[in-house]
Ligand binder design. Structure first.
Ligand code: ATP
Ligand code: MG
Length: 643
């Protein structure tokens, strides 16, 4: 096993500007150094091959393995330390695995897969609740070079079927059920239906039976995990040494703006990117505990529940349950108990806590916690202030996408301590040549406080998507062709940058409303409405209007809904809200209507489905709704607008 020694020029500590500069001006040397954070079986010959833009290849010729770097090397060096801490408040169970124990479990799982003929390059679909076996399955795939495709547990059979067809897995790993708020959510009938619906049929289904829900077994296809594990109890399965650009996994985007895209990721670049981010951005050290409240079905779960913390030699805390059960102190209780040093969550989860008694946050000793990172959607100022004050700990907003796998914008406190600014996810992270571009001319906006599309000049740094799974043309056409005459990656988000290089994300490019020639971001209007004391949450969309081109429509959830229960009350709330927007943004931004609903349509990952609301308002087909959390939310809107 060889480690590539860092090249001659060491990083200058305490100076992020030169660290960043070097990363974009001398990427070969910069990333060669970062590559020394992981172990390689054979050294790479070239850090980056960008001979066929926009397809980038990182660490060409090097061989390594994600599971080796996440598990085996720590089992060797720190075998007795905690690797995976699993806590379920749903089934009231806890399990802790040391690195050595984790390696044994992963080897057993790998042996089961191999016995079913799963090998390098074969796909394995993982449709699982948040249980340790899901982590074993992901790591086992990484170990033998199989490509995992994790689908959020509990997705409806139609969504699952389309992902089965896209990934064409040889084997599916699943469980009898998940659990949400104490209610069992059976999976098996959904899986069976999905396999029926799909054109592709897996050869085998490996079932983890938690004893939560009875299910039928399909003879000759379904295998029992416990029995298989027993059979392969003593299995030893070495890591397959994979060329850095082999495919590690595919994962679908959240589907906020349309049909989800199957992001394809490599092995070596991803391992290096995560190791570097753990050092420079999250500042997590081996032997400590990392707690990400996400789900393995999302990119945050891949990068920062499973691979990132383990690669850094940290214990990762995997939590099955809600943030409010048994009470709203549960996360902080876990922080105290396991001395969590780094935590990662989402604004949507913080907003849930914000509705609870803040005393829960003061009840536990949070002195181990160095920072709470939040990502996934805009962090509005009231939420940021509330959590910062209640926790008394630094809050770090970070901005990225399923596509990039790790932050585009953040604060690299591991390189230089920099303050966060409220409302900003921070500065461009090393390796990312972030630009703001004029949407129609493609011209770069170099001055401060100009609004443009957030774009990234190629090559994308290590860890980012290689392509769209099975569809290179979609990769090029979707991401690299939207800016006129420029081969540049578009994030499809609007942003501005201040004089200190801090970016502010203003919303998605398709969330802009054009009212009588004025271009308005939905986020600005939403923030204004959300500042009304009785508004809990709001969605604003642009709706076609014969006279003005588009008008803004607002749908709000009220804290005290009784105040809009009568027609008179609703009119009054609407008038108050409109007045507020008039005062804060001007009459041009005033929504044509403000309607009140009990719940807003969101993806399962907690993002507002504005495009679906807009479609319903315009009496159009809302399109792909496979990732919606609660379909009745859209029905409420439909009945309000008379669709
Ligand atoms: P799809 O691409 O399928 O429509 P999606 O974009 O919601 O879905 P994700 O990759 O999960 O899928 O989300 C990335 C997007 O989330 C970003 O492009 C941005 O719009 C938003 N986002 C993420 N983090 C932040 C943040 N810190 N601040 C503002 N917006 C954020
Ligand atoms: Mg997206």
């Amino acid at each position: 096993m060889s480690s590539i020694p860092g090249s001659a020029s060491p990083q200058v500590p305490g100076d992020y500007a030169s660290f960043y500069q070097r990363s974009v001006e001398q990427p070969e040397a910069f990333w060669r150094e970062q590559a020394a954070l992981i172990e390689w079986q054979t050294p790479f010959q070239q850090a980056c091959d960008y001979g066929r833009p926009p397809f980038a290849k990182w660490f060409v010729g090097g061989t390594t393995n994600l599971c080796h770097n996440a598990v085996d090397r720590h089992a060797r060096d720190r075998g007795d330390q905690n690797a995976l801490i699993w806590v379920s408040t749903e089934v009231k169970e806890e399990r802790i695995y040391s690195f050595r124990e984790l390696q044994r479990e992963v080897e057993r799982m790998a042996a089961i897969l191999q016995a079913q003929g799963v090998g390098q390059g074969d796909r394995v679909l993982i449709y699982m609740p948040m249980i340790p076996e899901a982590a074993f399955a992901m790591l086992a795939c990484a170990r033998i070079g199989a490509i995992h495709s994790v689908v959020f547990g509990g997705f409806a059979s139609v969504s699952l079927a389309s992902r089965i067809d896209d990934a064409s897995p040889k084997l599916i790993v699943s469980a009898d059920a998940g659990s949400r708020s104490g209610k069992v959510v059976p999976y098996k009938h959904l899986l069976d239906e999905a396999i029926q619906l799909a054109k592709h049929k897996p050869q085998a289904v490996l079932m983890v039976d938690r004893g939560l829900a009875a299910f039928e077994r399909v003879a000759g296809r379904d295998l029992d995990y416990a029995a298989q594990r027993e059979q392969h109890k003593d299995a030893q399965v070495p890591c397959a040494w994979l060329e850095s650009n082999a495919v590690s996994y595919t994962l679908y985007t959240s589907g906020t703006t349309g049909k989800p895209k199957g992001v394809q990721r490599d092995v070596g670049g991803y391992a290096v990117a995560l190791a570097a981010s753990m050092k420079h951005i999250y500042c997590g050290n081996a032997g400590e505990t990392y707690f990400s409240t996400s789900d393995i079905g999302w990119v945050v779960g891949h990068s920062y529940i499973i691979y990132g913390p383990l690669i850094a030699g940290m214990a990762t805390l995997m939590y099955e349950g809600l943030p409010t059960v048994p009470d709203a102190g549960i996360w902080w209780q876990l922080v105290e108990r396991f001395k969590v040093t780094v935590m990662f969550s989402a604004p949507t989860a913080v907003r849930v806590l914000k509705k609870q008694d803040p005393a829960y946050l003061a009840k536990y000793d949070l002195s181990s916690l160095r920072a709470l990172f939040l990502a996934g959607e805009p962090l509005d100022e009231p939420t940021a202030t509330w959590i910062a004050q209640s926790l008394g700990r630094p809050i770090i907003d970070n901005y990225w996408q399923t596509e990039t796998g790790w932050p585009i914008l953040s604060i690299a406190n591991g390189v230089e301590k920099k303050p966060s600014k409220f409302g900003s996810p921070g500065v461009a992270m090393y390796g990312y040549k972030v630009k703001l571009l004029n949407e129609s001319t493609g011209e770069e906006l170099t001055g401060a406080n100009q609004k443009g599309v957030v774009a990234i000049e190629g090559p994308l740094p290590p860890g980012c998507l290689q392509t769209v799974w099975g569809d290179d043309a979609r990769f090029v056409n979707t991401y690299w062709s939207s800016i006129p005459d420029k081969l540049v990656y578009s994030t499809f988000d609007w942003g501005i940058r201040d004089e200190d290089g801090y970016y502010y994300i203003l919303g998605r490019t398709d969330d802009v409303i054009n009212v009588a020639g004025h271009r308005l971001g939905t986020r600005e209007i939403e923030e204004s409405i959300a500042s009304h004391p009785n508004v809990a949450e709001v969605a604003v969309v642009g709706v076609a209007d014969a006279l003005k081109g588009q008008v803004a429509m607002a749908f709000a959830v009220l804290k005290d809904a009784s105040r809009a229960a009568t027609e008179e009350g609703a009119r009054q709330q609407e008038a108050e809200i409109m007045k507020r927007v008039d005062e804060q943004l001007g009459a041009v931004a005033r929504p044509a209507r403000v309607r009140f609903v009990s719940v807003l349509p969101k993806t399962r990952s907690g993002k507002l489905l504005r495009r679906a609301i807009q479609a319903v308002c315009e009496q159009r087909d809302p399109g792909d709704l496979t990732t919606i959390e609660d379909p009745t939310a859209l029905q409420q809107i439909r009945s309000l607008v008379g669709g």
